[in-house]
Design a protein around this ligand. Sequence first.
Ligand code: FA5
Ligand code: MG
Length: 476
Amino acid sequence: MTSTYSSPKKAELSLLNQTHVIDEWTNVPTSILGSVSRRLHLQPNHPISITRKLIESRFPEYQHHNDLSPVVTVAQNFDSLGFPSDHPGRSKTDTYYINKSTVLRTHTSAHQADTFRANTSAGFTISADVYRRDAIDRSHYPIFHQMEGAMTWDRNALPKGKTLAQQVLEDVEKLPKHDLVVEDPNPPTHPERNPLQSPDHTEEEAAAIATHLKRSLELVVVEIFSRAKAAAGGGGAGASSDPLKVRWIEAYFPFTSPSWELEILWQGDWLEVLGCGVVKQDILANAGAPERLGWAFGLGLERIAMLLYEIPDIRLFWSEDPRFLNQFSDAGPLRRFVPFSKYPACYKDVSFWLPPSTPSVTMPMGETKPGTGAPNPAGGQSTTTTTTTTNTATTTTDPPPLHENDIMELVRSTAGDLAESVSLIDAFTHPKTARRSLCYRINYRSLERTLTNAEADALHRRIEVGLVREFGVELR
Ligand code: FA5
Ligand code: MG
């Protein structure tokens, strides 16, 4: 046998004119890579871009950054923000890794520290595409767009005799007023869940910063809804004729304290539109700005655009159907989206036994389900396995642990945007064998045409085969 030695070429992946070594962490599917160049927030006449500009206009003195690469380091996305090493957001089940040290950003906060360090303006926004392995339903998509916003005040640059809290409150007075009633039942700080950052912040400082933050964001909501109302022709039809209901709820982020989320009542459910809080002083200090204090928020542009235009399904933003795209324009008054006829849906269930050694399906730890305040879908335990983050290339006979996001991704990669929603409808453990059974309902619907039952059947069959092949389940 001839031994022509060829050095093993390292496997690589190329993205946005850069090549990256792939390793056992790589988990970005081609379906995602293929959409990285779309950058909907920069497309002229696209509703995501129009929504971005509308929100930016509420922050006229801020610097707006809209062109940052989605390829970031693990350090930018997680470490710089104080994510603990065992945070579930870091796991391969939640995040798209390009390789061990590089990810597709999961949020625009990945650029917070760098932007604080550059210190080119007190206030800034960053709008960008972000990527997450997540649920499938009408308000979740694996690629979406966020706007980060931040504002800081410099302790060392205050007018003589003025405290930082006084300065911030003076700036609050310069903001427009509004008469929207916003529920805000929680105390400003909570000793365990949302502590004051003492000794770095006084109570007055944190309270003043929170007031400026909340007012600034409430003004965004007021602006969006007055546009939405006008678009619907005054009183209008549908959801925009309902009285606007908005509430602040307590939240947790590793990089802010105290923290909140803002929710809006939308079609009967509380929809979370943003997270925010008082920036952790460590982040500013590590960015070379220990003397500055301030707030930050991260908002979902799709969620806001859905409210603004009454767009019923998040998949529509990716549509290249002119019946969708032609309804939006950068110029002229905003007009409500008029759905082209709604094509029939078709749901199919799949029931299966998990492999005997799989304890359960682990659930994402992400946002709370609107309205319930409870963690994401019930059925599994919300334990996060650290084993899912390890290399499974050395598989023994044991199947890899199964995470619900793995099921979501299988459905996405098989059915693409024809999958409208996936939900766990039944789960039980057999009393004798202790084996666990799950049943998922997959709703199939095209936004652009009528999907035949035969097509849906074929997709469903491929998903069933994939579940068996990839996760070793036994169909029931
Ligand atoms: C964050 O991403 C934080 N970085 C926000 C933040 C920034 C907090 C600065 C504090 C300071 P969260 O994971 O909740 O938080 O996402 C923020 C918003 O993005 C959500 O409120 C929601 O509007 C939107 N969002 C989250 N996941 C999805 C998804 N899969 N599809 C569409 N929108 C989503
Ligand atoms: Mg959230």
